[in-house]
Write a protein that binds this ligand. Structure first.
Ligand SMILES: C[S@@+](CC[C@H](N)C(=O)[O-])C[C@H]1O[C@@H](n2cnc3c(N)ncnc32)[C@H](O)[C@@H]1O
Length: 244
């Protein structure tokens, strides 16, 4: 982890963002005690009935969602049968694989991941805990040799600078599980909202349990009328917004 420190400091000095990043780091550290989960809880059954999703690659590795969370994501995909899915944070592709395996038969999934060479040069602050999931030999290894790979498009970019406009108004389901700093959760949320087809569909966030994700999503829930139906799936760190 320390190996990234000097290149990151150098990048921040070069781009004039050093002071900004240090003050954001301390500001959010101070707010840790305010990060209490406030979203209403809803059971998976209330959202999906007793749907039995197809579950593939169940073994959870460090960085993956838990088996129960995978079941929740797969069940929601089976229930809503999205045609187009957008994911931020490919990692080893376990969530991409299970989302598409349960979606509409000809569904397409677009999954965005930060190239590991860009780890020290992100536009926004990356938390130390995110670095080990960025620095991996391959993105999407769990779907690459499956029949689903042909319907999954991998995109390599920083979610803060990626041009989302070609995907606007085309998606039915979105899963946000990229970087977990407050700034990235806000960025990713703002960037994915216009992706929904006619403003309708389902947006899911992982890690409503990491304090900066809690801070960002609580703020949306309290202050932004678009998020009044935001809920937390019981027994999981998945936040879910269904816009109808
Ligand atoms: C926790 S992992 C996702 C785990 C995955 N959902 C699963 O359960 O299999 C987070 C992923 O987000 C990616 N990521 C982190 N920062 C990013 C950024 N700024 N832009 C795009 N992807 C990013 C990392 O490379 C990593 O693959």
């Amino acid at each position: 982890m320390k190996k990234y420190l000097l290149p990151r400091i150098w990048h921040l000095l070069k781009t004039g963002k050093f002071r900004e990043e240090i003050s954001a780091h301390y500001k959010h550290k101070k707010k840790k005690e305010e990060a209490v989960k406030i979203l209403p809880e809803i059971s998976l059954e209330e959202l999906t009935g007793n749907i039995q999703p197809l579950l593939l690659e169940m073994e959870a590795r460090d960085g993956n969602v838990t088996p129960d969370e995978l079941k929740a994501l797969a069940s929601l995909s089976a229930r809503f049968k999205p045609q187009n899915i957008f994911e931020i944070g490919t990692f080893d592709g376990r969530t991409s694989l299970n989302l598409i395996a349960n979606a509409a038969p000809d569904a397409k999934l677009f999954t965005l991941d930060l190239p590991k060479t860009a780890i020290t040069e992100t536009a926004l602050r990356i938390k130390t805990g995110d670095r080990k999931f960025i620095d991996k030999p391959q993105s999407g290894s769990r779907f690459l040799n499956t029949p689903y790979a042909a319907r999954i498009q991998q995109i390599y970019a920083d979610s803060a600078v990626f041009d989302y406009t070609p995907y606007h108004n085309t998606m039915d389901m979105i899963f946000v599980d990229g970087a977990h700093s407050y700034e990235y959760v806000i960025n990713d949320t703002e960037k994915v909202l216009p992706l929904l087809k006619n403003g309708k569909g389902i947006i899911l966030w992982h890690d409503y349990g990491w304090y900066e994700v809690i801070l960002a999503l609580n703020e949306y829930y309290k202050q932004d009328p678009r998020f009044k139906k935001l809920v937390n799936i019981k027994g999981s760190t998945i936040a879910c917004l269904i816009l109808e």
